[in-house]
Design a protein around this ligand. Sequence first.
Ligand code: KIV
Ligand code: ZN
Length: 401
Amino acid sequence: MIMQPSIKIFDTTLRDGEQAPGFGMNTQEKLRIAAQLELLGVDVIEAGFPICSLGDFEAVSAVAEQTQNAVVAGLARTRDSDIESAGKAVKGAKKSRIHTFIATSDIHMEHKLRMSREEVIKEAVRGVTHAKSWCEDVEFSAEDATRSDESFLIEVFQAAVEAGATVINVPDTVGYAVPWEFGTLIGKIKQNLPNHVTISVHCHNDLGLAVANSLMAVQNGATQVECTINGVGERAGNAALEEIAMAIYTRQSEFSSHTNLNHKEIFPASQLLSQITGQSVQLNKAVVGGNAFAHEAGIHQHGVINNPLTYEIMTPESVGKNGNNIVLGKHSGRKALDHRLRELGFDFTKDELNKVYEGFIQLADNKKVIEDSDLIHISTNGVTELGDEFVQRTMQQFLNK
Ligand code: KIV
Ligand code: ZN
């Protein structure tokens, strides 16, 4: 059997994720998320940007001490103080990494760094060499890589590898790339670097392409993907971990690779992040949104009740989501209503069901979602014209549940 290459999941929820307004986390909160990320089985936890604040330094150190399996990374610019701070913060980890970066696009070099190309190469080498004195595992990122001159970018990466970088990360910092262009870039970078170097990608979602770009990179030789739970992150966010993981898993034959994630911890991780940050996930968010596995339309409900594969390409249970996904509303049919009523303990004849259905549709015209309590009410009160015996029977069935 041919071993499929494993795609390393580098989670940056605690770093890039928390840089988004409303997502700041304190040490205790970061520790809870980090513990969940370990259950999820991510390969790398980027715990923060230690030079940013004492609080973040402490949080990264605490995550480093707590984490058992994942590599714990701390972010640093190439400056000495950043690297020292990151080196100290991740020191207590069983497996530690310094992730250092400098921008390589003309616009960033001219207007932000005020450095020439030669100076940027020198600084990248200096930063990696310094990081290497703190930590064996050093990742180097070229910020704004996708708007950088391609041959200069490759030159910087080669210099960083020579200085000791073991992971080369290609960030689409401003979410500008389109998938085919990004895939080609990753292929070229791979060709120009030694085989032992891990090629990583870090995509932002400004055009809604972060996941597509990341997957295209995987198809072209990237073996580490940087992403966040619920796709949180700067501006429109980062590539969503859950979408990348489930795309690779659900379409295995297209990828011939796998991640080491425990998919059943995806939904709990999403819920925990929302709970801690107080930021809920949009209902139609892929994989973890409230409606991701919900069915209201009658035709869909009919299909899913008979065989979930009719309208579900993955099961909610596979990502750790349990419970009823048939949502009753005005688009639902008798089949779904009967199904739910049976789950609630009712066993109606066809005529009785028709009556209950009439009451249900009347209510559904005025209420967006019909709850179980509504169904019980309609079933036990709304059909009195069927006679006392029917009401008694349905009440009894309900009480016996
Ligand atoms: O988006 C970006 O370029 C980053 C780097 C620091 C990797 O977050
Ligand atoms: Zn980023």
